[in-house]
Design a protein around this ligand. Structure first.
Ligand code: GLN
Length: 257
């Protein structure tokens, strides 16, 4: 919390538009995992279209369908510099699915509409011929462990030459551009197609983001009883990767509703 007061401010950005897949849970888990350790934390919801403050410690952008995603884009672009300043000052950003697409250059939606992004990261997205739906399992670089989640998107995302993905796809599709990768990891900006919500399913990932925001080593965070989360994680990893199990992802050729 470089230069900020003692309370960790976890920003949930435009949840009315970027909240379709339950990604609010990521913000709740970050607040709780701080509070359970005696670290003052608060959830700061930024209502759709409102200016986004540069004083948050974490910025969470969730998933949304093409139309609400398009509505969110203008407000996000208007606050681009505030987010850029905050990240430059050590804040953390987690952008999931529509959020990932919107922190890039643009997203060509399923009906051909071009949604201009924030341009914070050199990546672009184009809707594919079918939605990618199902369990998604991703192997990031160490020290992050294997990540479990689910995906549900039209978009196929391609990273620019200088960007590293969050990880390699073990099961599911992720970016869906043929490179078997998911998302992006650029210093403290993280993007992914992992819904779930991803942080309740992957407590070590949540603690990594917390540690970045607190400017501490993750190992310095007091251990928490992780039994419920680890049980959920093991179950979902099994569902996503079991040999012979019904592959919980498939391409559904949906007409655009
Ligand atoms: N509307 C975007 C797509 O379909 C994002 C979907 C999402 O956030 N799950 O690719």
């Amino acid at each position: 919390m470089s230069g900020r007061d003692s309370t960790l401010r976890v920003g949930l950005i435009y949840p009315e538009l970027l909240g379709t897949y339950g990604d609010r849970g990521n913000a709740v888990v970050l607040v709780k995992r701080a509070q359970w350790r005696g670290i003052p934390a608060e959830l700061v919801e930024v209502t759709a279209g409102e200016p986004i403050p540069d004083s948050l410690d974490l910025y969470l952008l969730g998933g949304g369908e093409d139309d609400p995603q398009h509505l969110a884009a203008a407000g996000l672009r208007a606050s681009r510099h505030a987010i850029e300043r905050a990240v430059g000052d050590g804040a953390v950003l987690l952008a999931v699915c529509a959020g990932l697409q919107l922190v890039g250059d643009h997203y060509v939606a399923a009906d051909g509409t071009v949604i201009e992004g924030l341009g914070l990261l050199d990546l672009s997205t184009r809707a594919g011929p079918a939605r990618l739906i199902g369990e998604l399992v991703v192997d990031p670089e160490p020290p992050l462990p294997r990540l479990t989640g689910f995906e549900n998107h039209w978009g196929r995302t391609t990273l620019g030459p200088g960007l590293a993905p969050l990880g390699r796809v073990v099961a599911g599709r992720g970016d869906g551009d043929g490179r078997d990768t998911d998302g992006v990891l650029a210093d403290r900006m993280v993007g992914s197609y992992l819904h779930g919500p991803v942080l309740p399913r992957n407590p070590a990932f949540a603690d990594q983001l917390l540690a970045w925001a607190l400017n501490v080593d993750p190992t310095s965070l007091a251990p928490l009883d992780a039994e419920p989360e680890e049980r959920l994680r093991a179950e979902r990893l099994q569902a996503g990767t079991a040999r012979g199990a019904r592959r919980w992802w498939h391409e559904r050729r949906l007409t655009r509703g």
